[in-house]
Design a protein around this ligand. Sequence first.
Ligand code: ADP
Ligand code: GN1
Ligand code: MG
Length: 357
Amino acid sequence: MSYTLSDIIRKFRIDVSIEPYGNGHINDTYIAESDPKYILQRINNSVFKNPEQVMSNITGVTEHLRKKITDAGGNPERETLNLVKTVDGKSFYKADDGNYFRMYKFIEGAVSYDSVENPAQLYEAARAFGKFQSMLSDYPVDKIYETIPDFHDTGKRYAALEAAVDKDVVGRCGLVEKEIEFAFARRQDTNVIVDAIAAGKVPVRVTHNDTKLNNVMLDEKTGEGVCVIDLDTVMPGSLLYDYGDALRFGASSGAEDECDLDKIWFDLELFEAFTKGFLEEVGSNLTDEEIKLLPFSAKLMTYECGIRFLTDYLSGDTYFKIHRKNHNLDRARTQFKLVADMEKKMDTMSGIIKKYI
Ligand code: ADP
Ligand code: GN1
Ligand code: MG
């Protein structure tokens, strides 16, 4: 890089020191400790091939949310992300080397949690994700770019795993035969949601697609949901993706990268807390087919993420940020442990969902 991060933040009229921040797996995030504070991000452009489309989506969606929040008497400075314009009045800065940077106002008095501490937290996160979904229910799907094509097409994710196994570029296949077998044994699940969408049984909506607990900010005093963040993957999708993906992370008894699998199971109390909060916000809009597929979506999104981690492990760790050897493998294993546990708990999960419909 022929520039420093200080050069970059000056393009947004900020001039203070800047430090790495947060625990996302994709973008590079920094905090500018000015008063007020700002978040600077380098968009990962090997993941997001067209950052200008990402920024177009985020600009449109945050403007829409701002109106909705204002009309409802809320505070749009806190309840949606706020982009900071560059000196040229743009929503991003493109550096000479092709890197894209953007800046957000820092959301004060709120926390994003990297692990779940109690069911109440997950209930509040669920309400925030549900509310986000409801506020976007009248946003035109055709105004949104698909920033990562086929993001939740589990069949295509499966095909990518098969290709990684075939190539075995770093010679790791022999080390993970059990995991590969586990993934391959569930092929029949992969097309259920995409087929239901293609058949018109499940509606396409504007969805978040990455509803991990640390992508929502909760008020540090009241614990209530404040703002849904990480809007790069807002795309046409299914509400089932948002419900299922949130549970994959949020209703696990342990961390996504926990090495001791005895500590990992699918926690039904957390599942119930999330389901209650999410359905309180979106329940009345759901179609019968969506309701039917809710429990399955939790399993499918967890399985999909597991095969993505495994594929990345087999491909030499090129997609997700890793912080230790075998990190992607450890992550894949927790996801598969959760899938196996959910398979045993599917009927109970359906029963819990019925309580809140
Ligand atoms: P990634 O795509 O890499 O996951 P995120 O957009 O989720 O990046 O940002 C990473 C972390 O930075 C978040 O989990 C959150 O803790 C923090 N963060 C991001 N945006 C803001 C913001 N506007 N205000 C406060 N914290 C933020
Ligand atoms: C990534 O960006 P982050 O850390 O919120 C990934 C998600 C995965 C998640 C697994 C764009 O999310 O799809 O579910 O890691 N985001 C992208 O933790 O691939
Ligand atoms: Mg994130």
